[in-house]
Design a protein around this ligand. Structure first.
Ligand SMILES: [Zn+2]
Length: 134
């Protein structure tokens, strides 16, 4: 088995949004930032795994996305305070909401990736599904 026939190691698979089972197929059909809406593949194009395991499965991803948003915004607020020392609330509101809008595609995508890669019980990497003969 050559390197091209194997799935990616865990971190590159997470960063590039690959299927958690084979680590070869793309989870998303569109790029993260584009003027089209983000489209997630219903099944893995390589191994055929169904990503939405049951109806409403990605509601959990909304909670993950919320936690990511809060963590990013608290970090941003502390960074604004440390860097500018401003007490003007409009500085915080403007910067935090702008960055929140910019990061929303990132949060949408990585909340689903985190859910499927790390928080789904019984879903593991199967190297035998990474080959070209699946
Ligand atoms: Zn797959």
């Amino acid at each position: 088995m050559t390197n091209q026939e194997k799935g990616l190691p865990m971190w590159p698979a997470v960063i590039h949004g690959k299927c958690p089972r084979c680590r070869r197929g793309d989870m998303f059909a569109t790029p993260m930032y584009s003027f089209k809406s983000q489209v997630m593949n219903k099944t893995c194009p390589h191994c055929g795994m169904v990503y939405e395991r049951e109806p409403g499965y990605f509601y959990v991803a909304m909670l993950i996305s919320y936690a990511m948003f809060v963590a990013e915004m608290v970090t941003l607020a502390v960074a604004i305070h440390v860097l500018t020392g401003s007490n003007n609330p409009w500085v915080y509101v403007t910067v935090i909401l702008s960055v929140g809008v910019i990061l929303s595609p990132f949060n949408f995508r990585y909340s689903r990736i985190i859910l499927l890669h790390w928080l789904t019980p019984g879903l593991h990497y199967h190297p035998e599904l990474s080959g070209d003969n699946v």
